[in-house]
Design a protein around this ligand. Structure first.
Ligand SMILES: C[S@@+](CC[C@H](N)C(=O)[O-])C[C@H]1O[C@@H](n2cnc3c(N)ncnc32)[C@H](O)[C@@H]1O
Length: 350
Protein backbone atom coordinates (compact mmCIF):
# COMPACT_ATOMS: atom_id res chain seq x y z
CA UNK A 1 0.00 0.00 0.00
CA UNK A 2 1.22 3.47 -0.81
CA UNK A 3 2.13 5.18 2.45
CA UNK A 4 0.32 8.52 2.62
CA UNK A 5 0.68 9.24 6.32
CA UNK A 6 3.68 10.78 8.03
CA UNK A 7 5.81 13.79 7.17
CA UNK A 8 8.88 12.08 5.64
CA UNK A 9 7.88 12.65 1.98
CA UNK A 10 7.68 16.37 2.69
CA UNK A 11 11.35 16.40 3.70
CA UNK A 12 12.29 15.60 0.09
CA UNK A 13 10.22 18.40 -1.43
CA UNK A 14 11.36 22.04 -1.72
CA UNK A 15 9.35 24.51 0.38
CA UNK A 16 7.46 21.64 2.07
CA UNK A 17 10.74 20.93 3.87
CA UNK A 18 11.44 24.43 5.13
CA UNK A 19 10.44 23.41 8.64
CA UNK A 20 10.72 19.83 9.94
CA UNK A 21 7.33 19.27 11.55
CA UNK A 22 7.07 15.71 12.74
CA UNK A 23 3.35 15.99 13.34
CA UNK A 24 2.75 16.96 9.71
CA UNK A 25 1.14 14.66 7.17
CA UNK A 26 2.43 13.98 3.68
CA UNK A 27 1.33 16.08 0.70
CA UNK A 28 0.38 12.68 -0.75
CA UNK A 29 -2.52 12.55 1.69
CA UNK A 30 -3.86 15.75 0.14
CA UNK A 31 -3.50 14.21 -3.34
CA UNK A 32 -5.34 11.11 -2.15
CA UNK A 33 -8.28 13.29 -1.10
CA UNK A 34 -8.36 14.96 -4.55
CA UNK A 35 -8.45 11.48 -6.06
CA UNK A 36 -11.55 10.66 -4.02
CA UNK A 37 -13.54 13.87 -4.39
CA UNK A 38 -11.94 15.70 -7.31
CA UNK A 39 -10.28 19.08 -6.98
CA UNK A 40 -12.55 21.41 -5.02
CA UNK A 41 -12.88 25.16 -5.58
CA UNK A 42 -11.91 25.70 -1.94
CA UNK A 43 -10.43 23.73 0.97
CA UNK A 44 -9.97 24.38 4.70
CA UNK A 45 -7.58 23.02 7.30
CA UNK A 46 -8.53 24.19 10.82
CA UNK A 47 -5.53 22.47 12.51
CA UNK A 48 -3.15 23.52 9.75
CA UNK A 49 0.19 22.90 11.57
CA UNK A 50 2.99 23.42 9.07
CA UNK A 51 0.50 24.05 6.27
CA UNK A 52 0.79 20.91 4.10
CA UNK A 53 -2.85 21.07 2.95
CA UNK A 54 -2.64 24.77 2.12
CA UNK A 55 0.70 24.59 0.34
CA UNK A 56 -0.48 21.71 -1.84
CA UNK A 57 -3.70 23.63 -2.55
CA UNK A 58 -1.67 26.68 -3.58
CA UNK A 59 0.49 24.51 -5.83
CA UNK A 60 -2.63 23.26 -7.60
CA UNK A 61 -4.26 26.69 -7.88
CA UNK A 62 -6.94 26.08 -5.23
CA UNK A 63 -8.05 28.78 -2.77
CA UNK A 64 -7.74 27.74 0.84
CA UNK A 65 -8.17 28.75 4.46
CA UNK A 66 -6.33 27.58 7.57
CA UNK A 67 -6.21 28.16 11.31
CA UNK A 68 -4.01 27.08 14.19
CA UNK A 69 -3.59 28.37 17.75
CA UNK A 70 0.17 28.12 17.63
CA UNK A 71 1.95 31.30 16.49
CA UNK A 72 4.74 29.01 15.27
CA UNK A 73 2.37 27.02 13.01
CA UNK A 74 0.88 30.28 11.74
CA UNK A 75 4.32 31.75 11.05
CA UNK A 76 5.64 28.61 9.31
CA UNK A 77 2.54 28.25 7.12
CA UNK A 78 2.48 31.95 6.28
CA UNK A 79 6.13 31.89 5.23
CA UNK A 80 5.79 28.68 3.19
CA UNK A 81 2.68 29.80 1.31
CA UNK A 82 3.51 33.46 0.60
CA UNK A 83 4.39 34.54 -2.94
CA UNK A 84 7.91 35.88 -2.34
CA UNK A 85 9.88 37.96 -4.75
CA UNK A 86 13.59 38.07 -3.90
CA UNK A 87 16.02 39.93 -6.13
CA UNK A 88 19.71 39.28 -6.89
CA UNK A 89 20.44 42.22 -4.57
CA UNK A 90 18.66 40.45 -1.68
CA UNK A 91 20.77 37.33 -2.31
CA UNK A 92 23.96 39.36 -2.59
CA UNK A 93 23.25 40.90 0.81
CA UNK A 94 23.17 37.42 2.34
CA UNK A 95 26.29 36.23 0.50
CA UNK A 96 28.33 39.21 1.73
CA UNK A 97 26.91 39.24 5.27
CA UNK A 98 29.57 39.08 7.95
CA UNK A 99 28.98 38.64 11.67
CA UNK A 100 31.30 41.46 12.64
CA UNK A 101 29.19 43.95 10.68
CA UNK A 102 26.05 43.12 12.68
CA UNK A 103 26.01 45.75 15.39
CA UNK A 104 23.14 44.53 17.60
CA UNK A 105 22.06 41.40 19.43
CA UNK A 106 18.96 40.19 21.25
CA UNK A 107 18.26 38.51 24.53
CA UNK A 108 16.54 35.13 24.01
CA UNK A 109 14.53 34.12 27.09
CA UNK A 110 13.41 30.51 27.52
CA UNK A 111 11.15 28.98 30.17
CA UNK A 112 12.73 25.54 30.63
CA UNK A 113 16.49 26.09 30.98
CA UNK A 114 19.09 28.74 30.06
CA UNK A 115 19.07 28.39 26.28
CA UNK A 116 22.78 29.13 26.13
CA UNK A 117 23.42 25.56 27.33
CA UNK A 118 21.90 24.18 24.13
CA UNK A 119 24.56 25.67 21.82
CA UNK A 120 28.33 25.72 21.46
CA UNK A 121 29.47 29.28 22.51
CA UNK A 122 30.30 30.26 18.93
CA UNK A 123 26.81 29.34 17.65
CA UNK A 124 25.14 31.02 20.65
CA UNK A 125 26.95 34.31 19.93
CA UNK A 126 26.03 34.05 16.24
CA UNK A 127 22.40 33.27 17.10
CA UNK A 128 21.94 36.37 19.27
CA UNK A 129 23.36 38.60 16.51
CA UNK A 130 21.55 36.92 13.63
CA UNK A 131 18.24 37.03 15.50
CA UNK A 132 18.74 40.80 15.79
CA UNK A 133 19.64 41.07 12.08
CA UNK A 134 16.68 39.06 10.76
CA UNK A 135 14.29 41.27 12.73
CA UNK A 136 14.90 44.01 10.14
CA UNK A 137 14.36 41.55 7.25
CA UNK A 138 11.53 39.18 6.23
CA UNK A 139 9.76 36.18 7.78
CA UNK A 140 11.73 33.96 5.39
CA UNK A 141 14.99 35.18 6.95
CA UNK A 142 13.63 34.38 10.41
CA UNK A 143 12.41 30.92 9.39
CA UNK A 144 15.82 30.11 7.88
CA UNK A 145 17.41 31.13 11.18
CA UNK A 146 15.03 29.08 13.32
CA UNK A 147 15.53 25.87 11.31
CA UNK A 148 19.30 26.42 11.09
CA UNK A 149 19.55 27.12 14.83
CA UNK A 150 17.88 23.80 15.66
CA UNK A 151 20.30 21.91 13.37
CA UNK A 152 23.26 23.65 14.99
CA UNK A 153 22.19 23.03 18.60
CA UNK A 154 22.71 20.18 21.09
CA UNK A 155 18.94 19.70 21.36
CA UNK A 156 17.19 16.57 20.28
CA UNK A 157 13.52 15.75 20.59
CA UNK A 158 12.69 12.52 22.35
CA UNK A 159 8.92 12.08 21.98
CA UNK A 160 7.48 14.94 24.00
CA UNK A 161 10.71 15.84 25.78
CA UNK A 162 13.61 18.11 24.83
CA UNK A 163 17.02 16.70 25.66
CA UNK A 164 20.50 18.16 25.41
CA UNK A 165 23.26 15.94 24.08
CA UNK A 166 26.64 17.57 23.58
CA UNK A 167 28.04 16.51 20.21
CA UNK A 168 29.78 18.11 17.22
CA UNK A 169 27.25 20.33 15.44
CA UNK A 170 27.58 22.45 12.26
CA UNK A 171 28.57 26.10 12.31
CA UNK A 172 25.42 28.23 12.63
CA UNK A 173 26.52 31.23 10.59
CA UNK A 174 27.48 29.14 7.55
CA UNK A 175 24.41 26.90 7.87
CA UNK A 176 22.13 29.93 8.13
CA UNK A 177 23.53 31.59 5.01
CA UNK A 178 23.35 28.39 2.98
CA UNK A 179 19.80 27.62 4.17
CA UNK A 180 18.56 31.15 3.54
CA UNK A 181 20.00 31.27 0.01
CA UNK A 182 18.45 27.90 -0.80
CA UNK A 183 15.07 29.05 0.54
CA UNK A 184 15.29 32.29 -1.45
CA UNK A 185 15.94 30.25 -4.61
CA UNK A 186 13.07 27.87 -3.85
CA UNK A 187 10.66 30.64 -2.86
CA UNK A 188 9.54 31.23 -6.45
CA UNK A 189 8.96 27.54 -7.28
CA UNK A 190 5.38 27.24 -6.02
CA UNK A 191 3.08 29.82 -7.52
CA UNK A 192 -0.62 30.11 -6.86
CA UNK A 193 -3.20 31.77 -4.65
CA UNK A 194 -2.02 32.56 -1.12
CA UNK A 195 -4.28 30.98 1.51
CA UNK A 196 -6.21 32.99 4.05
CA UNK A 197 -4.79 32.27 7.51
CA UNK A 198 -6.00 32.98 11.03
CA UNK A 199 -4.48 32.48 14.45
CA UNK A 200 -7.62 31.02 15.90
CA UNK A 201 -8.96 27.90 17.60
CA UNK A 202 -10.60 25.18 15.53
CA UNK A 203 -13.21 25.08 18.28
CA UNK A 204 -14.43 28.41 16.88
CA UNK A 205 -14.27 27.39 13.22
CA UNK A 206 -16.93 29.08 11.09
CA UNK A 207 -15.72 29.36 7.49
CA UNK A 208 -18.17 28.02 4.87
CA UNK A 209 -16.40 25.38 2.81
CA UNK A 210 -17.06 22.37 0.56
CA UNK A 211 -14.08 20.43 1.95
CA UNK A 212 -12.14 20.15 5.19
CA UNK A 213 -8.96 18.11 5.35
CA UNK A 214 -7.27 18.21 8.71
CA UNK A 215 -5.35 16.39 11.38
CA UNK A 216 -6.08 17.37 14.98
CA UNK A 217 -3.63 16.87 17.85
CA UNK A 218 -3.44 13.21 18.83
CA UNK A 219 -4.34 11.99 22.30
CA UNK A 220 -0.70 11.35 23.13
CA UNK A 221 -0.01 13.68 26.02
CA UNK A 222 2.52 15.62 23.97
CA UNK A 223 2.66 19.34 24.64
CA UNK A 224 3.54 21.09 21.37
CA UNK A 225 4.49 24.26 23.25
CA UNK A 226 7.23 22.23 24.97
CA UNK A 227 8.43 20.20 21.99
CA UNK A 228 8.61 23.37 19.86
CA UNK A 229 9.48 25.58 22.85
CA UNK A 230 12.87 26.65 21.49
CA UNK A 231 11.43 27.53 18.09
CA UNK A 232 8.64 29.49 19.84
CA UNK A 233 11.18 31.34 21.98
CA UNK A 234 13.24 32.23 18.89
CA UNK A 235 10.11 33.37 17.09
CA UNK A 236 8.46 35.42 19.82
CA UNK A 237 11.50 36.32 21.96
CA UNK A 238 9.20 35.79 24.90
CA UNK A 239 9.35 33.41 27.83
CA UNK A 240 5.62 33.21 28.29
CA UNK A 241 3.92 30.47 26.27
CA UNK A 242 1.32 29.53 28.88
CA UNK A 243 -1.40 31.53 27.08
CA UNK A 244 -0.77 29.44 23.92
CA UNK A 245 -0.77 26.26 25.99
CA UNK A 246 -4.19 27.21 27.40
CA UNK A 247 -5.62 27.56 23.86
CA UNK A 248 -4.33 24.17 22.66
CA UNK A 249 -6.87 21.40 22.33
CA UNK A 250 -6.90 19.09 25.36
CA UNK A 251 -4.53 16.36 24.20
CA UNK A 252 -1.96 16.63 26.98
CA UNK A 253 -2.08 17.45 30.67
CA UNK A 254 -1.85 21.21 30.98
CA UNK A 255 -0.01 21.24 34.26
CA UNK A 256 0.77 24.93 34.04
CA UNK A 257 -2.74 26.21 33.47
CA UNK A 258 -4.85 23.50 35.11
CA UNK A 259 -7.57 24.70 32.74
CA UNK A 260 -9.08 21.23 32.60
CA UNK A 261 -9.70 21.24 36.35
CA UNK A 262 -10.38 17.68 37.42
CA UNK A 263 -11.59 16.34 34.01
CA UNK A 264 -9.37 13.44 32.90
CA UNK A 265 -7.44 14.09 29.73
CA UNK A 266 -9.32 11.46 27.70
CA UNK A 267 -12.73 12.93 28.52
CA UNK A 268 -11.54 16.47 27.90
CA UNK A 269 -10.15 15.37 24.52
CA UNK A 270 -13.44 13.91 23.31
CA UNK A 271 -15.43 16.85 24.69
CA UNK A 272 -13.30 19.32 22.76
CA UNK A 273 -13.22 17.10 19.67
CA UNK A 274 -17.02 17.14 19.71
CA UNK A 275 -17.10 20.94 19.81
CA UNK A 276 -14.68 21.11 16.86
CA UNK A 277 -16.57 18.47 14.86
CA UNK A 278 -19.86 20.33 15.43
CA UNK A 279 -18.24 23.52 14.14
CA UNK A 280 -17.00 21.65 11.05
CA UNK A 281 -20.43 20.12 10.42
CA UNK A 282 -22.14 23.51 10.66
CA UNK A 283 -19.62 25.10 8.29
CA UNK A 284 -19.56 22.41 5.62
CA UNK A 285 -21.71 22.97 2.57
CA UNK A 286 -24.50 20.43 2.01
CA UNK A 287 -22.83 17.40 0.36
CA UNK A 288 -19.37 18.59 1.51
CA UNK A 289 -16.72 16.26 2.93
CA UNK A 290 -14.63 16.13 6.07
CA UNK A 291 -11.35 14.17 6.01
CA UNK A 292 -9.90 13.60 9.46
CA UNK A 293 -6.43 12.09 9.93
CA UNK A 294 -6.03 10.63 13.41
CA UNK A 295 -4.03 8.06 15.31
CA UNK A 296 -5.19 5.75 18.08
CA UNK A 297 -3.49 6.15 21.44
CA UNK A 298 -2.10 4.37 24.40
CA UNK A 299 -2.71 6.39 27.52
CA UNK A 300 -1.69 5.08 30.95
CA UNK A 301 -1.39 1.62 29.40
CA UNK A 302 -4.92 1.71 27.87
CA UNK A 303 -5.30 1.33 24.07
CA UNK A 304 -7.85 3.93 23.00
CA UNK A 305 -9.59 3.51 19.65
CA UNK A 306 -9.71 7.23 19.02
CA UNK A 307 -10.76 6.77 15.39
CA UNK A 308 -13.87 4.67 16.13
CA UNK A 309 -14.83 6.94 19.03
CA UNK A 310 -14.55 10.01 16.80
CA UNK A 311 -16.57 8.25 14.09
CA UNK A 312 -19.35 7.64 16.63
CA UNK A 313 -19.27 11.32 17.53
CA UNK A 314 -19.43 12.28 13.86
CA UNK A 315 -22.52 10.10 13.35
CA UNK A 316 -24.18 11.57 16.46
CA UNK A 317 -23.59 15.06 15.06
CA UNK A 318 -25.26 14.13 11.76
CA UNK A 319 -22.41 13.26 9.39
CA UNK A 320 -23.30 10.57 6.85
CA UNK A 321 -21.33 7.69 5.29
CA UNK A 322 -18.67 7.88 8.00
CA UNK A 323 -15.86 5.45 7.23
CA UNK A 324 -12.13 4.83 7.38
CA UNK A 325 -10.71 5.12 3.86
CA UNK A 326 -7.02 4.53 4.64
CA UNK A 327 -5.29 3.01 7.62
CA UNK A 328 -1.91 1.79 8.68
CA UNK A 329 -0.32 0.34 11.81
CA UNK A 330 2.44 2.61 13.00
CA UNK A 331 5.02 2.65 15.72
CA UNK A 332 4.29 5.48 18.06
CA UNK A 333 6.32 6.67 21.00
CA UNK A 334 4.29 7.37 24.10
CA UNK A 335 5.78 8.29 27.45
CA UNK A 336 9.12 6.99 26.21
CA UNK A 337 7.85 3.56 25.03
CA UNK A 338 7.17 2.33 21.49
CA UNK A 339 3.69 0.98 20.77
CA UNK A 340 1.89 -0.04 17.58
CA UNK A 341 -1.25 1.97 16.99
CA UNK A 342 -3.60 2.40 14.05
CA UNK A 343 -3.46 5.65 12.13
CA UNK A 344 -6.48 6.38 9.95
CA UNK A 345 -8.04 8.75 7.50
CA UNK A 346 -11.75 9.11 8.23
CA UNK A 347 -14.14 10.31 5.56
CA UNK A 348 -17.49 11.85 6.55
CA UNK A 349 -20.13 13.57 4.46
CA UNK A 350 -22.42 16.44 5.41
C1 LIG B 1 -1.25 17.07 13.92
S1 LIG B 1 -0.87 18.77 13.82
C2 LIG B 1 -1.37 19.19 12.18
C3 LIG B 1 -0.27 18.94 11.17
C4 LIG B 1 -0.58 19.37 9.76
N1 LIG B 1 -1.52 18.48 9.11
C5 LIG B 1 0.72 19.43 8.92
O1 LIG B 1 0.82 18.75 7.88
O2 LIG B 1 1.65 20.12 9.33
C6 LIG B 1 -2.09 19.47 14.85
C7 LIG B 1 -2.04 21.00 14.98
O3 LIG B 1 -3.16 21.42 15.75
C8 LIG B 1 -2.79 22.61 16.42
N2 LIG B 1 -3.78 22.88 17.47
C9 LIG B 1 -3.85 22.44 18.75
N3 LIG B 1 -4.96 22.89 19.35
C10 LIG B 1 -5.63 23.63 18.43
C11 LIG B 1 -6.87 24.35 18.44
N4 LIG B 1 -7.64 24.40 19.53
N5 LIG B 1 -7.25 24.97 17.30
C12 LIG B 1 -6.48 24.94 16.17
N6 LIG B 1 -5.29 24.30 16.12
C13 LIG B 1 -4.88 23.65 17.24
C14 LIG B 1 -1.38 22.37 16.89
O4 LIG B 1 -0.71 23.60 17.11
C15 LIG B 1 -0.81 21.58 15.68
O5 LIG B 1 -0.15 22.47 14.82
Amino acid sequence: MQHIFGYKDNLKKPVYNWFPYKEGFSYKLVDYVWERVGKPPFISDPFMGSGTTLLRAKELGINSYGTDVSPLAYFVTYTKTKNWNFTEKDKEEVKTLSLKNIEGEVNIPFELFPLERAFPPRNWQALKKLRWWVEQKTELHLLALITSAMKCSFIYKDGGVLKIRKRPVPDLFKTFKRTLLRMMDESSLIKGPEPELELKSALEYNKKTPLILTSPPYLNNIDYTKVYGVELALLTLSRNVSNIRGEMMASFIKRKTQSQGSIPIKEAYFQESKIALERFYESLEEGGFLYYNISNSILNGEYIEVDTMLMELMEEIGFKDVKIVKKILRNTKIDGKIYRARESLIEAKR
